[in-house]
Design a protein around this ligand. Structure first.
Ligand code: FES
Length: 256
C-alpha cells in the first residue's frame, strides 16, 4: 500500500462540541486504500512554522472518495484546520500506520474510545461484521455517540455523571456486565493502561491504538517512541515508533 501526498479539497466542516470539529475531505486516492485505525497527516499552510499534524481517520466513504476526520483543537495547527471551509485546498499525506486488524465474524468485540480516541473507533465499527458493542468515555461533552448507534450497541461513560455511567469506560463495562472475545481501544494512555490490565486479567485479546504522542507521523522525529516487550529487529532496542510500527499494537506487545 503506497502512501500519497496530495492536494485535497475540503467538502465540509462542522463543529461538534466546544473544541471538537468534524471535517470531510475529498481524497479518492487515500480513501480507496485506507481502513479503520489508520491516520493522515495534514500540512498547515504556514509550513515554515508548523509541523504537519497526524489525525486519525474517523470515517471513509470509498464510493465518493471522501475521508472524515474528527479532531480536537489543541494548538495552532488544529486551530488553523478548524477555520477551513468547503472548497479550500489542503495538503495531506496518507494513509499512514497499520490500522486495526480484521476480526473473525464469530467473535464478540468491544470497541472502547476515550476522548479524542473515539473518532477512529467509528470506522472500525463500520468495518467489523461481528457482534459489537461501543463503550465511549467523555469528560463533559458528548460527540459522535449517536453515529455509533448505527453500527453497535452504545454505552457512554461520563466523568461528571451527566450521561451514562458516572466514571470511566471500564466502569461502564463493569456496570453493564459487558463481555467480549476481543477489545479494540483508542484513547489517553491512562485509559489504555487500565484497558490493557483489564484485558489481561480476563484473558481477552486486546488491540490498543496509541496515538497520543505523534508529531511527524512518518517515522523520522522519534517523538512517538514507546517501549516494547520485544527487541526491534532494526534498531535492536526495546522501542517502537507508534507512527510507523503502529499506531495499533497487541496490548501485550507494548509497555504503557
Ligand atoms: Fe515522528 Fe513517529 S511521530 S517518528
Amino acid at each position: 500500500m503506497a502512501k500519497v501526498k496530495q492536494t485535497a479539497v475540503v467538502n465540509s466542516q462542522e463543529k461538534l462540541s466546544e473544541d471538537v470539529f468534524s471535517m470531510w475531505i475529498h481524497s479518492p486516492e487515500i480513501a480507496s486504500q485506507a481502513h479503520g485505525g489508520q491516520f493522515i497527516s495534514i500540512y498547515p499552510k504556514d509550513g515554515a512554522r508548523l509541523l504537519p499534524r497526524p489525525i486519525s481517520i474517523c470515517e471513509i466513504d470509498r464510493e465518493h472518495g471522501d475521508l472524515r476526520i474528527v479532531y480536537r483543537v489543541a494548538g495552532a495547527g488544529t486551530k488553523e484546520f478548524s477555520f477551513y471551509e468547503k472548497g479550500d485546498s489542503i495538503t495531506i499525506l496518507g494513509p499512514l500506520g497499520n490500522g486495526f486488524p480484521q476480526i473473525p465474524a464469530d467473535r464478540r468485540v468491544i470497541l472502547i474510545g476515550g476522548g479524542i480516541g473515539i473518532p477512529p473507533m467509528l470506522q472500525a465499527a463500520k468495518e467489523l461484521s461481528c457482534e459489537k458493542t461501543a463503550v465511549l468515555g467523555y469528560r463533559d461533552q458528548l460527540f459522535l455517540e449517536k453515529e455509533f448507534a448505527a453500527y453497535a450497541k452504545v454505552y457512554v461513560a461520563m466523568e461528571d455523571g451527566s450521561a451514562g455511567t458516572r466514571g470511566n469506560v471500564l466502569d461502564a463495562v463493569r456496570d453493564n456486565g459487558l463481555f467480549a472475545d476481543v477489545i479494540l481501544a483508542c484513547g489517553p494512555s491512562l485509559m489504555l493502561r487500565a484497558v490493557k490490565t483489564y484485558a489481561m486479567e480476563h484473558q481477552i485479546e486486546c488491540y490498543l491504538s496509541l496515538e497520543e504522542k505523534m508529531a511527524c507521523g512518518v517515522g523520522t522525529c522519534l517523538a512517538c517512541v514507546c517501549q516494547s516487550k520485544e527487541i526491534d529487529s532494526h534498531s535492536h532496542v526495546h522501542n517502537k515508533r507508534i507512527c510507523k510500527d503502529g499506531p495499533v499494537f497487541r496490548a501485550e506487545e507494548v509497555e504503557l
